[in-house]
Design a protein around this ligand. Structure first.
Ligand code: SAM
Length: 246
């Protein structure tokens, strides 16, 4: 089995804030507070992706390389950091395409360099914001969409940026092929509770999904740099996987 070099998978530097946990993960997950549920339903009812995307009208949105469409099986890792998951998986599965998208400057540039150095023609790395980019991709394009340890956006005033609140959420689900998997991991319990509630109750999302797994991550080796760090520091993490209905 092919394996990317250790240099390509090298861990990034972490700040103490990266290891901060406000609400440690324990199962089972509860529904979010009534206030949060109300806020979720209110924002879902008002959601409109097209007006939201106007903020990128004048911006450069990097294209997805056409070569990705030559593959029958495609995965997308949203906010992939330096790309450990896509680097490793694309090496293990040469017949499958892996798209990693990262908007951060340091991680995005690092991702692009590592992907180029890997010389894998099934690995597609894009340094840019996943939101306008994914909005343009045809529905039913992916067999797997992963969201590993998204930014928790802790303060309530920032909660609209969390994926459970986000106008892109219905599009994320539309992007899945039948039987495809949507996977999210987090080291904050409240984030998992909100996400689970959204997938179970969002009117434009819930009817299309079936629950596959809700529980602690089942890994001993980190799939991503953040996961590796959390495992090293014994920080509890949870995983939620849903499948698109056939
Ligand atoms: C906490 S880090 C996790 C990185 C990686 N998934 C991991 O587990 O190691 C979250 C990453 O998501 C990226 N991100 C957040 N929103 C994004 C977006 N809209 N498009 C692309 N990247 C995004 C951030 O820049 C950051 O690098």
């Amino acid at each position: 089995m092919s394996q990317p070099s250790a240099t390509l998978l090298e861990a990034e530097d972490f700040t103490p804030e990266d290891l901060e946990v406000a609400d440690p993960v324990v199962f089972p997950l509860d529904d979010p507070s009534e206030d949060t549920q109300r806020a979720l339903h209110k924002i879902w009812a008002r959601h409109q992706l097209t007006p939201y995307l106007r903020r990128w009208e004048e911006a450069y949105v990097p294209p997805i390389p056409d070569a990705i469409w030559a593959f029958d099986w495609r995965a997308c890792d949203v906010g992939c950091g330096f790309g450990m998951f896509v680097l490793r998986e694309s090496a293990h599965h040469p017949s499958r395409a892996y798209l990693g998208i990262e908007k951060g400057t340091r991680r995005g540039i690092g991702l692009a360099k590592r992907a180029q150095a890997s010389e894998q023609n099934n690995l597609f790395a894009v340094h840019g914001n996943a939101i306008p980019l994914l909005a343009e991709i045809p529905d039913q394009s992916f067999d797997l969409i992963t969201l590993f340890y998204p930014n928790p956006w802790w303060p309530t005033k920032h909660r609209k940026k969390r994926w459970a609140f986000h106008p892109l959420l219905p599009k994320l689900v539309s992007l899945l092929k039948p039987n495809a998997t949507l996977l999210l991991t987090a080291n904050e319990r409240f984030y998992l509770c909100e996400w689970l509630y959204a997938l179970r109750h969002h009117p434009d999302v819930a009817p299309f999904l079936v629950e596959d797994y809700v529980g602690p991550i089942q890994e001993t080796v980190g799939r991503t740099h953040f996961e590796a760090k959390y495992l090293e520091h014994a920080i509890a993490c949870g995983e939620i996987r849903f499948k698109k209905k056939v």
